[in-house]
Design a protein around this ligand. Structure first.
Ligand code: ZN
Length: 478
């Protein structure tokens, strides 16, 4: 079947082929890419890197002592892995801290609830109590009249759906990121949400939220999914259900962390860059193994394999361990401001857990699509297909994309990603080392070839950055 896209593609090929060089890559470049792929697929160092990070540093909440230990760990690891140089870029942000947090149902149903504050929430300033009012989803809460929730606790019960590509996240996450504003407008004293997650374990999922200008901040927290079920069952009985909430959280001063950049200096165009990477920070509840220790391990090892080759790639490759992704892509936004993004050829971030890659997707100038096809052909033996016209960049690539940089997405199987995402259950045992090997193979071949490309990937139309950009890890499928 000839789709309009396929017709466009063949037209693009027909137009481009006679004028461009015969192939986007030299035969030697392709042979090196295949060798990188096969060696990594047979066994990589990614798992050892994630094991080191999650064991020696553990959770890496922005602004904590562990943030600084993570930066020191990344700098030392890049050096030990043989990168040509390591750069540290300061990244400053407001410091949100989590203290004790507790919730319980009050009589006649008295019992504890498993809860966690959302990142960016204000605290309760001592325990607060209120009757709970349930809403099926954020739209229903949004329809609540001003003042109708006076003295009450708004509760959004919407359940996230499970999909391989994580596409259940987008429709669910606004309740977390924006719901407190709607609860406040209706007069509520707090917001509770069902966790944005697909598991049925008693681990609440944290994640970032943000107050809009002019809205009175009210505390916001997530219940574990079984606790949300429990609350909904009691509310269905048609009698008042009251909850006590005590959250000792909030902002306290500023903190300066660092983007840590491992660079392989290009042999011909050292001041042009291909970017791969992940984010070094994590939430505090687990050890940040799948989010995003995996992305750090995969891309650090992929770069190390290229650094170990006898020949440097044509352009420089930067493996970036971004600071504070979780609270608003803060490291990536400051990288985009501090660097000349016009010299950045293309970027890809691994930030969707540790599941195998099944597709290559890309946003490039249509004239550069033959190069994407040629890269995809090298990835075929890894079980990776080419998916034109869909997907989007990893979260930390978004601020660079907004300045015109093309992106690639090595789309991972995220079927179980949201079982663990932002919970205490995000730990190393969830990672299959063989799956990491497959991903290192793909990232190494991709980064090498992108840096070896004879032409370029063009530029994308610049976009005005959203004032409140998405702040969710694992949002790479948008
Ligand atoms: Zn993440």
């Amino acid at each position: 079947m000839t789709t309009p896209r396929a017709a466009l593609l063949s037209l693009a090929l027909a137009v481009v082929a006679p004028v461009a060089q015969a192939t986007p890559f030299d035969a030697d470049s392709l042979a090196t890419a295949r060798a990188l792929r096969d060696a990594a697929a047979a066994g990589s160092g990614a798992y050892a890197i994630v094991e080191s990070l999650t064991s020696e540093v553990g959770p890496r909440m922005p602004g904590t002592d562990a943030d600084a230990r993570g930066v020191a760990w990344a700098e030392a690891k890049f050096r030990a892995l043989g990168y040509d140089r390591v750069l540290l870029q300061p990244v400053t942000f407001p410091n949100w801290k989590r203290g004790a947090e507790r919730a319980e149902l009050l009589p006649p149903f008295a019992q504890p609830l498993h809860v966690t504050a959302l990142g960016g929430s204000v605290g309760t300033d001592g325990a607060i109590e209120g009757e709970v009012v349930e809403f099926a989803d954020l739209a229903a809460l949004r329809a609540a009249h001003a003042g109708s929730l006076e003295g009450k606790i708004a509760y959004v019960a919407h359940r996230m759906e499970r999909f391989r590509d994580g596409s259940g996240y987008g429709p669910a996450v606004a309740a977390r990121s924006e719901g407190a504003n709607d609860a406040s407008r209706a007069g509520a004293i707090a917001l509770l949400i069902r966790s944005i997650g697909t598991d049925s374990h008693r681990f609440p999922h944290t994640g970032n939220m943000r107050y809009q200008d002019g809205v009175k901040p009210v505390p916001a927290a997530a219940l574990s999914n079984p606790d949300a079920d429990q609350l909904s069952r009691l509310l269905s009985r048609g009698v008042p259900v009251r909850v006590r909430l005590d959250l000792d959280v909030g902002f306290d001063g500023e903190y300066t962390s660092h983007n840590v950049i491992g660079e392989i200096i290009g042999r011909e165009k050292p001041d042009e860059f291909v970017v791969i990477g992940g984010h070094l920070d994590s939430w505090d509840l687990g050890t940040g193994a799948i989010d995003d220790g995996a992305g750090i391990g995969i891309t650090m090892d992929a770069g190390a394999r290229i650094a170990a080759l006898p020949t440097r790639p044509r352009r420089s490759i930067r493996v970036i361990a971004f600071a504070n992704e979780e609270q608003g892509l803060i490291g990536a936004k400051q990288y985009a401001v501090a660097n000349d993004i016009d010299r950045h050829l293309i970027g890809a971030e691994s930030d969707f857990g540790a599941g195998r890659i099944y597709a290559l997707r890309a946003g490039v100038d249509p004239a550069a699509w033959p190069a994407v096809i040629a890269i995809a052909e090298v990835l075929v033996p890894l079980g990776i297909g080419l998916e034109p016209g869909v997907g989007g960049p990893g979260p930390d690539i978004i601020p660079l994309r907004d300045r015109g940089m093309p992106w690639a997405q090595l789309a991972q199987d995220g079927t179980d990603y949201f079982d663990y995402h932002h919970t205490a259950d995000d730990t190393l045992d969830k990672i299959d080392p063989k799956a990491l090997d497959q991903q290192v193979a793909a990232y190494a071949a991709f980064a090498w070839l992108a840096a070896e490309l004879k032409g370029d990937f063009g530029r994308l139309p610049p976009r005005t950055p959203a004032p409140n950009p998405p702040v969710a890890s694992g949002s790479g499928t948008r």
